[in-house]
Design a protein around this ligand. Structure first.
Ligand code: GLC
Length: 486
């Protein structure tokens, strides 16, 4: 899509407003909200603009096979944990400074209290690994501007401004290397509520054009980019060895013109293995679509994508949010996403002590137990060969955008490899599982949970098959039926 500069700026304003609502009101976070305008011509060509398909496939390979990653939102906001002046602040926890219009100096003062001595990189990476996750993406700097890493270019960081004095990113990088996971860094390149010139989304009575609430936030966006964002991105890309594998940008605004974004891309281009998402701004499409808090009805054929989701209703820790999804929902989400060719980036929000809330630990361990048996049907698989099993678009009901509403069905999903079709059964079919049509010849069937792989009886019907299954499901959440198709 080629947009004139004015049309581009206008569409970004709209996007920014829509996203502000998504960020601010958790209820709306479920809305299929994000749309980032992209173009193919950029002042500075990005790697995606110039590489061959083979080069792209090689660069994306580990990510496409991974399917499951851990998002970590952790920063100063975990200290107030969603409460300010004794009251719960509505909305997601990491937005507390914006939602409660906390003055810059008062927010910065939180750093002196930040001493997460119970943080354990080995513990968190071990938790991700035992959950069956293959990568971690952690907030290196969120919209509050506080760097969770050792930064020479700006003193508002965990090493210089807190009694903790350690660099958790360095510790996580070492542990990820040791335990065999990839590590990525989330970086809020555009919004920064404590740096002069950093952008802010509107909430409450914040006024245009800047939506700032403290004169200390005023300044030039271009200067903020030159003096903070770009130097910090350089630090993140050079101080952690072979990591980050991913840079995860967020909340672009109209301030991020194609020219300014091009300056960031110049830095990114020096790291040819890097994967980065579609949220840089300046019309760059990046590598990945980033549906937030939802699973797209049909995936994004032809694009890599990753659904990022919370376990409760906040990214950053909030003491009052105990609205946790069930393990059943989380496992089904993972399967649904894999069946559509995407990755699941599932969030944890550690506390100010560094500890991971117990409900999150429990759910991750339960997911890990399921994946230990059924991971073969998730990792490095291809999307379904069918499609309609995911649900259908309503002919009468409309979604928030006025488009036909997608009504998911939760009977089964499918993933594929070159010689297997995996059927993830949410509803146990009784004595026989029937498929009307089948694009491949089935040469055998067994249950993935059955370590002896006893063959199940397969009967070919007109165009499909009947598979005789035992009376009860091996797993109450999802049992995987394997169809051999050599
Ligand atoms: C939103 C929020 C942010 C969160 C991100 C995760 O854009 O602004 O707080 O980090 O979503 O996808």
């Amino acid at each position: 899509m080629n947009l004139s500069r004015r049309a581009f700026a206008r569409s970004c304003t709209l996007t920014a407003t829509g996203r502000a609502l998504v960020g601010a009101l958790p209820g709306l976070a479920q809305v299929q909200g994000e749309h980032f305008n992209t173009a193919t011509n950029h002042p500075v060509p990005a790697i995606q603009d110039i590489e061959t398909t083979e080069q792209k496939n090689a660069r994306m390979q580990w990510f496409r096979e991974a399917r499951f990653g851990m998002f970590i939102h952790w920063g100063l906001y975990s200290i107030p944990a969603g409460r300010w002046d004794g009251k719960e602040v509505p909305g997601i926890g990491e937005w507390i400074m914006n939602r409660a219009s906390i003055p810059v100096a008062q927010y910065q003062a939180l750093a002196a209290q930040f001493n997460p001595t119970r943080f354990s990189a080995a513990g968190i990476v071990g938790l991700a690994k035992s959950a069956g996750m293959k990568y971690i993406v952690i907030t290196s700097k969120h919209h509050d501007g506080f760097a969770m890493f050792d930064s020479q270019s700006n003193p508002f960081n965990i090493v210089q401004a807190t009694p903790f004095k350690r660099d958790p990113l360095k510790e996580l990088a070492a542990e990820c290397r040791r335990q065999g996971l990839k590590l990525g860094f989330y970086y809020s390149q555009d919004q920064d509520w404590t740096a002069p010139g950093g952008a802010a989304y509107k909430t409450g009575d914040h006024q245009p054009p800047t939506f700032h609430w403290d004169p200390a936030q005023n300044g030039s966006f271009a200067a903020y980019l030159e003096t903070k964002t770009i130097p910090q991105i350089r630090e993140l890309l050079t101080n952690y060895g072979d990591f980050p594998a991913i840079v995860w940008f967020d909340t672009p605004t109209k301030d991020m013109t194609p020219e300014l974004a091009g300056k960031i891309v110049t830095v990114l281009n020096q790291h040819p293995k890097l994967i980065w998402n579609n949220r840089l701004g300046g019309s760059y499409q990046g590598d990945t679509e980033t549906p937030e808090q939802y699973i797209p009805a049909r995936g994004y054929p032809g694009r890599d994508w990753e659904s990022c989701m919370t376990m409760n209703d906040t990214w950053g820790y909030k003491v009052d949010d105990t609205n946790f999804k069930s393990t059943e929902t989380l496992i089904r989400n993972l399967i649904d996403i894999a069946s559509k060719g995407g990755n699941y980036l599932l969030n944890i929000g550690p506390e100010a002590t560094g500890e991971v809330p117990q409900p999150e630990v429990t759910r991750l361990q339960e997911m890990g137990r399921w994946l230990a048996v059924n991971g073969e049907a998730i990792y490095a698989t291809r999307p379904t060969l069918f499609g309609d099993e995911a649900g259908s678009f309503s002919s009468t009901e409309k979604d928030e955008d006025g488009k036909p509403k997608f009504i998911p069905s939760w009977k089964w999903r499918s993933t594929t490899t070159s010689n297997r079709i995996y059927i993830h059964l949410f509803e146990w079919p009784g004595a026989t599982f029937h498929l009307d049509r089948l694009p491949r010849q089935v040469t055998g069937a067994y249950l993935l949970a059955d370590s002896s792989r006893s063959p199940l009886k397969v009967t070919r019907t007109a165009e499909g098959v009947d598979v005789a299954v035992p009376a009860t499901a091996p797993d109450p959440i999802a049992s995987v039926l394997v169809l051999k198709t050599e």
